[in-house]
Design a protein around this ligand. Sequence first.
Ligand code: GLA
Length: 691
Amino acid sequence: MKTQFQRAAMAALLLGVSAAAVHAEMMATTQPPEPPKFDAQGEPIYVNRADIYEYKALPAYSEPAWVTEFVTAGKLPPVAERLPKEPLVFKTANMPDGNGVYGDVMRHVIGGRPEGWNFWAGKSYGWGGIDIGLVECLTRTGPLFTVNAADLQPMPNLAKSWEWSEDGMSLTVKLIEGAKWSDGDAFDTEDIDFYWNDVVMDPEVTPLMGASQETYGAGTTLEIIDAYTFKMNFTTAFPESVLYAMAYGNFCPGPSHMLKPKHPKHGGTSYEDFANSFPSDYMNFPTMGAWTVVEHRPDDIVIMRRNPYYWKVDEAGQQLPYLDEMHFRLSTWGDRDVQTIAGTGDFSNLEQPENFVESLKKAAEDTAPARLAFGPRTIGYALFPNLSGNGWGEPDARGQAVRELNRNHDFRKAISYALDRVRLGESLVKGPFTTPYAGGVMQGTSFYDAASTTFFPFDVASAKEALAAAGLEDSDGNGFVNFAGGEDVNVTLLANIDYATDKNLAEGVIAMMADAGLKVTLNGLSGKDFDNARDGGKYDWFINRNGVEWITMVQNTAMLAPVGPSTDANHRANAAGELDLLPYEEEMVSTVNAFIGERDPAKRTELAKTYQKLHTENLDTIGLVAFPAALMVNKRFANIPAGAPVFMYNWAEDNIMRERVFVPADKQLGAEEHANMLPGAPGDAGPVSAK
Ligand code: GLA
């Protein structure tokens, strides 16, 4: 034990040291280092959007023979009547292996758990491709990785076409006509009306990925024209990003015939009851996706069967999907890699570097059941300091004091200087995979500009310097800086422990902060608890994998800055709706709003540079490391497009267009749990057979 005297002497000594050090210079900023060379495998074949699919009536349609038995038994209308007037037709010439055959199952393994089916009130389906198979959106962006740069625009999907008014102040959108939900109810503008007015515009309802009016541009309004037409009116001309905001994560309407009666404005009991109205044991919840959930055995499996009303076909008139069943084994994300390598699972986004070496080794064997292909370095991790000083998430006194530090530029600099990103990357995997990441727009992506990127490199002395400049001293000599005249500063770091990578990075960050004299404690949470803490502002710092906005900028653009009360991950409004933006954040907001409203490519490029400069100079988030991911798919599957990335405009589960993936007859497993069965009526116990 130290004596009082020793402590005081040490404090004086340390104070002396740091007082002198204040005069020293912090290390100059640089550009982030060039990433090590890494050859991604597989180049996409570039085409125009119209080469992939179109909308048209075909002379005849067909379905699996066992589905026709439902028609014969009078349990289902004939296929031509279940399809829209002009279905979405996937073109054979664009299919790597041509038109497919029916049958078989894709066995996914996931780390999430379904919470309930009211996605529109914020319930998560457990990720890993469940929601992407159930929920469809007005436009689609996943497949854009294979689209020519000159034709880069969102693809139509439930929105068949759109037209700008001459002055660009409004957009008229035409929905596909005659498409139906999986229970046969019509999909039309009633669903759009409910989504807009009772989800997006209702402040009491937050959909899973947070869409709000700002997502479509502040002040945007929507009017219904007829059963298949609606119009959006804007406050700026030609805000083309709205078409991206109609894709996955945002404009993906729910079945209003199910949801509306539960909404408090339309007779529902309360918002809480609305959110909980379709719990995860509710089966056959109507979907527009290729499959519908027919069974959920908690902590075991989710099973989906083909949607008999799916509105997409191939050029031969075969109703899609080809795959009759989808499995989602409820396990861990790491187990997804292990099972896919072993052949007991069919699909994995190999995104945790800890598993790279072993997976590469196994995949190189001739007998390996899965194909493995690395894509570009689009997985990026960053540290997000909570920048709300306004009471968001109701911090206690300590939490509030940390937020005030977070709002101090020198404090954020200290974090970056303290990070040895090379060592952080190597602690995950050795080799050319990982690279230091400065934060903001990711290196190697189209809007990235090195000259606009400021990097505060690893230098412990500078980190200490920056802490001192933020007014922090180690006043009790225990190696950690203190609040003025008080206790050690103690920052909690929230991380999602469902991923080994998140946990390892968090532990690395904590050790590095300790070296610089800042005490950080891990708050490791799982799944939805992590999401709730993050999205509810109950954290000092969190680390997380970046969203697509840092890759493409055009997707989820509103998330790049606090342009609305809840668009930004680490700065949200308090209960009164107030944001307390720092001056650079105000500039980021106006830059992002200008980007959302700009259609001139040259001007957008300039705005992207301004954004990146503001973001990285001010350390709005603090980048950690970036690395690639590899897509692993069992070799029996056909029509997997070349160069499909794990993560770009969307996750691989969308990018590979699972509705047109198939298994040749001689390779089918015969592993369907509900062969020859279709989803039953909403709320009924499970799937049904024709007899
Ligand atoms: C999780 C997984 C990703 C991907 C997405 C799909 O986040 O970690 O690899 O499967 O779900 O939503």
